[in-house]
Design a protein around this ligand. Structure first.
Ligand code: NAD
Length: 462
């Protein structure tokens, strides 16, 4: 092959890209000391992404999917080690889910009208650089899932992650940028700062080059983002009730509820946080929880001890969030066999372990007189978050009434909560469920601006 200027340039660029990856010490791709520098780098990268074909964006995403699959266990272990929350097995599954099923560029579609007066399209364009705030409960899952969707839509992203998960987040952001460079894209398609704080978050939110902020976390951060004066997507807290009526397959309902509730030690915001069951089947449901699904029945005294530890000083004790049932029980001096995976008890809806979003495998069961009473109590327990709810019933009219009354972004019928994330259910996954602002399960299309493109009196060839 004759050597010409272009070929030399190509070889030099390829070698430079490889050297950048090899030479960069851990924590370099996309990692900055100063938030302003992170935004500037992401802006430069977005100018390149903006001019890429959809096919080039998809190549980066394909490369990233491969890297997430290869690193699923690394991420799972790192997340558990750093945050002390969740369990490695389920976190591996969550990363595999992100890699395999997060929508890419195929989610960017076009609407068209053609007729005598020409052709009109609505196309989905990028916002530019998105500012994203992420939780410590699903740290790398959220960063990776957000990045795939945002990049597919033509954006780049600056994260202000939870400081308690910064190591895991930096690893994820390094991986994203390595995938981009390997696939011929720019560095810094995802960026963050070495030490995220409330101050770096404020700089990001106020920055003139950030037109959209996506917040995944509790009520505080969602309120902060919605008060920023910018467009905000708010994925906030939930307290999902699982309603069980007498028409349900009670044995299956018990199995689904405990599988959903214990997944990653109850960290997912969509997971069953309490049960409301009609009185006639409560005892049967409890029987299946305890005898067939490895649940431990906490006495009143043990419930009080759990309240004292889990809600120490009236506040959620972060040391208990995402811990497994045996660890939680050991904190109140109770030793149980290794198969125990959930703590159950019956109590009123006002019980602090029932009314609070705990994010740990403690599952209170509230007894209701009948379906109407169950519906009313479940709606009360969801606290108007409009986030997630679940129901086990074979009565379609009741399911419809519940769906309308509770009005949540997610409602799983007759299955475990994680079916809503496409895990054992149809549809795509996300770890940013925009409950407060109504976008629901976010994906690439959520991170786009609508643009109308009109050709007058031409290009209609019907
Ligand atoms: P958290 O609210 O403590 O923190 C979330 C993020 O927001 C972190 O990065 C934190 O540093 C930041 N933050 C908190 N207050 C802020 C403020 N006033 N201004 C700016 N940034 C602020 O939540 P967490 O413990 O990391 O995560 C658990 C919570 O997140 C639960 O309530 C859970 O339901 C919710 N969550 C929701 C979704 C969803 O998709 N809707 C997904 C995961 C978690």
């Amino acid at each position: 092959m004759p050597i010409n200027e272009n070929l030399v340039q190509e070889i030099v660029q390829e070698v430079m890209a490889k050297m950048q990856i090899a030479d960069a010490p851990t924590g370099k791709h996309g990692i900055f000391k100063d938030m302003n520098d992170a935004v500037a780098a992401a802006k430069k990268a977005q100018a390149e992404v903006r001019n890429m074909s959809m096919d080039q964006r998809e190549k980066i995403i394909t490369c990233l999917r491969g890297k997430i699959r290869e690193n699923a266990e690394v991420f799972a272990r790192m997340g558990v080690d750093e945050t002390g929350m969740g369990n490695v097995g389920d976190k591996i599954l969550k990363h595999q889910l992100v890699a395999d099923k997060t929508p890419g560029t195929e989610d960017i579609t076009t609407q068209a009208w053609s007729g005598d007066r020409g052709l009109t399209l609505i196309e989905m364009g990028p916002f530019g650089v998105i500012g994203a705030i992420t939780p410590c409960t699903n740290p790398s899952e959220t960063v990776l899932c957000n990045t795939i969707g945002m990049l597919a839509a033509g954006n780049t992203v600056v994260f202000n992650p939870h400081p308690g998960a910064i190591k895991t987040t930096i690893y994820a952001i390094n991986l994203v940028n390595e995938a981009s460079l390997e696939a011929g894209g720019p560095d810094n398609i995802a960026c963050t700062v070495e030490e995220p704080t409330m101050e770096t978050s404020a700089v990001m939110m106020k920055h003139k080059d950030i037109p959209l902020i996506v917040a995944t976390g509790g009520p505080g951060v969602v309120t902060a983002v919605l008060s920023s004066g910018k467009r905000g997507i708010g994925a906030g807290a939930g307290n999902p009730p699982a309603l069980v009526d007498e028409t349900a397959d009670i044995e299956k309902a018990a199995r689904d509820i405990i599988n959903g509730c214990t997944f990653d030690n109850n960290l997912p915001c969509i997971a069953e946080k309490e049960v409301v069951a009609v009185s006639s089947i409560v005892d049967e449901l409890m029987h299946y929880f305890i005898n067939e699904n490895d649940c431990y029945l906490a006495s009143e005294e043990e419930q009080q001890k759990l309240v004292d530890v889990v809600l120490k000083g009236g506040r959620l004790n972060r040391k208990c969030v995402g811990r497994d049932a045996r660890t939680l029980l050991s904190m109140i001096g109770v030793t149980v066999p290794s198969n125990i995976r959930c703590i159950v008890f019956e109590g009123p809806k006002e019980h602090p372990l029932i009314t609070t979003e705990l994010m740990m495998p403690i599952l209170g069961v509230v007894r209701a007189k009948d379906f109407d009473d169950a519906l009313e109590q479940a709606v009360w327990l969801e606290h108007g978050n409009r986030h997630s709810a679940h129901i086990h019933s074979k009565n379609v009219d009741r399911i419809t009434r519940y769906a309308k009354a509770i009005d949540t972004a997610i409602l799983v019928k007759n299955g475990p909560s994680y079916a809503a994330l496409g895990f054992g259910g149809e549809g795509y996954p996300t770890f940013t469920i925009a409950s407060r602002t109504g976008e629901g399960l976010t994906a690439a299309h959520t991170f786009t601006k609508s643009r109308r493109c009109v050709m007058s009196d031409a290009l209609c060839i019907r």
